[in-house]
Ligand binder design. Structure first.
Ligand code: 3PG
Ligand code: CO
Length: 550
């Protein structure tokens, strides 16, 4: 059994250690684009001046992404925070498996899927997010697989394309649509194959729900991709153009579903004998549609018959559940998480968030495993199903109340929570709502601080990546706002590349905590920090604690 050693110089505070993740609230570069800075945040301001405060890297190689041009995201962020080390993540692993050819090797799942299509004289389908956001998917992976399929003699491929605008600029669809349609034209040019887009829609409208928040999205996705039911168009380009004209101001992520037809017939329903690849590699928004394809019985919606297909995910999405049964690339082996160590040490732990980020604090935090360790309790506050720009406080008050109750109750020595507001509202691009979102988080932090002062506990407060801190497009060289022809800023919905705060608040002072000299500190250093503040020595191979104690 993996074990922690007690620290003789400091055996832990009287009250709990509380880890607050302010999702998507980093430290901006330009105040005009930084709506964390623009919001009224007396508690965070006080902490900046009076608590231990440092900046942590939360993007690129510091969280296991291929390079420092990659923004952080909640999966890799919570993985790093929860396991205290940096693992090479999905995006990097797939890139390598493609480059080395290992993904396509004889005996691979890819090989099985292609053999199935040949044996059945059927169609190879791809479902996934059509962008290079590198958070859930990468269009380069899709293009590589289509090229390989052609090389291996697959005659018919159908692509079910989810439009992004959330990990990439909010109305950038045509960049990917045009690139992809040109790519397909080139593949089809010699007349030996028939590869085309069959259906699609905005990623926040169909298919990519997470954490059982809104199964209607998956139901719509199923009808669109599998049954080919819905409004029809001649091409993806025509669908997007038509929707934009009909709904001025609509963001790509919210676009309605579309089905592509030729001569009055849908080009690509998914039927018995086909092979299907979900080319998204990140699990949270892949698990529900995977369940719809794999489960014998599904209670969440009526599938109206499930085609008998060979289904595979780009990666394994849940290590504990072993889902999906077939996957193309093996995920990073994230082991010895902080939750496991603390559980073995008998430390009672509580994880809390609302639905939208619940799995971030449980499943991502525990290394993409949905199983619970012995001393863990997980509490989910149901999220509303609504546009979050209309309700920017989300469930911050309810999360705060639950945390304060747990602090006062004295049952848990370690409490971890996620406030989704900065990120979920940040993704809408609506800056006034973002300010309110940030203010709700600040109020929550203030109440948690007060409860910790009463109980002699300690708060560690940080974020998994930036978002609300960078709401406008900035010039890459000068950092100035990019303005359109009318002189307006261009809203940004994706995460930022900015660092995030690393704050330690110890109102009783009993830990005698002081910032340690940690070069290139990142959010992976938070696990050892929490373990240290709980009165243990962190595992030797964990990224160092940000503080020294005792
Ligand atoms: C999403 O899934 O909402 C975005 O692609 C990424 O956001 P998250 O990493 O903050 O969940
Ligand atoms: Co986000």
């Amino acid at each position: 059994m993996i074990e922690l050693k007690k620290n003789v110089a400091f055996t832990g505070p009287q009250g709990p250690v509380v880890l607050v993740i302010m999702d998507g609230m980093g430290i901006g570069k330009n105040p005009a684009s930084d709506f964390v800075k623009q919001a009224n945040t007396p508690n965070l301001d006080w902490l900046h001046e009076n608590a231990l405060y440092t900046k942590l890297r939360a993007h690129g190689v510091a969280v296991g992404l291929p390079d420092d041009g990659d923004m952080g995201n909640s999966e890799v962020g919570h993985n790093a925070i929860g396991c205290g080390r940096i693992f090479e993540q999905g995006a990097a692993l797939i890139g390598k498996a493609i480059a080395s050819g290992a993904m396509y090797a004889d005996g691979s799942v890819w090989h099985e899927l292609i053999t199935h299509v040949h044996d059945q004289a059927s169609t190879l389908h791809f479902i996934g997010l059509l962008s290079d956001g590198n958070v859930h998917s990468n269009i380069n992976h899709l293009e590589s697989m289509l090229r390989k399929a052609k090389e291996q003699g697959v005659k018919r491929a159908r692509i079910h394309a989810l439009i992004d605008g959330r990990d990439v600029p909010p109305t950038s669809a045509f960049e990917y649509v045009e690139r992809f349609e040109t790519f397909l034209d080139a593949l089809n040019a010699d007349g030996t194959v028939d590869y085309c887009v069959a259906s699609g829609g905005g990623r926040m409208n169909i298919t990519m729900d997470r954490y059982d928040a809104n199964w209607d999205m998956v139901k719509r996705g199923w009808a669109t991709h599998v049954k080919a039911e819905g409004r029809t168009f001649a091409s993806m380009q025509e669908a997007v153009t038509t929707f934009r004209a009909e709904m001025p101001g609509i963001l790509d992520q919210d676009l309605p579903a579309f089905v592509i037809e030729r001569d009055g017939v849908a080009v690509g329903p998914i039927v018995d004998g086909d092979s299907v690849i979900l080319f998204n590699f990140r699990g949270d928004r892949a698990l529900e549609i995977t369940k719809a394809f794999e489960a014998d019985e599904l209670k969440e919606f009526d599938r109206g018959g499930k085609p008998d297909v060979m289904y595979a995910g780009m990666m394994q999405y849940d290590g504990d559940l072993g889902v999906p049964a077939r996957y193309l690339v093996t995920p990073p082996a994230i082991d010895r998480t902080m939750s496991e160590y603390l559980s073995n040490a008998g430390v009672k732990q509580l994880a809390i968030s609302e639905t939208q980020k619940y799995g971030h604090m449980t499943y991502f935090f525990n290394g993409n495993n949905s199983g619970k360790f012995a001393t863990e309790t997980w509490q989910e506050i149901p999220s509303d199903v609504c546009p979050f720009e209309d309700a920017p406080r989300m469930k911050a008050d309810e999360i705060t109340a639950a945390v304060v109750k747990a602090i006062e109750g004295g049952e848990y020595q370690f409490i971890r929570l996620n406030f989704p507001n900065g990120d979920m509202v940040g993704h809408t691009g609506r800056v006034d709502a973002v300010k309110l979102a940030v203010e709700a988080v600040d109020e929550g932090v203030g109440k948690i601080m007060a409860a910790l002062k009463q109980t002699n506990g300690i708060m560690v407060c940080s974020a998994d990546h930036g978002n609300a801190d960078d709401m406008c497009e900035l010039d890459k060289k000068t950092g100035a706002l990019v303005l359109d022809e009318q002189g307006n800023y261009k809203p940004k919905t994706a995460h930022s590349l900015n660092p995030v705060p690393g704050i330690v608040y110890d109102p009783s002072g009993l830990a005698n905590a002081r910032l340690a000299d940690v070069p290139n500190a990142g959010i992976a250093n938070l696990a050892a920090t929490c373990i240290t503040l709980l009165g243990f020595e962190p595992p030797e191979d964990y990224a160092a604690s940000l503080v020294a104690v005792g």
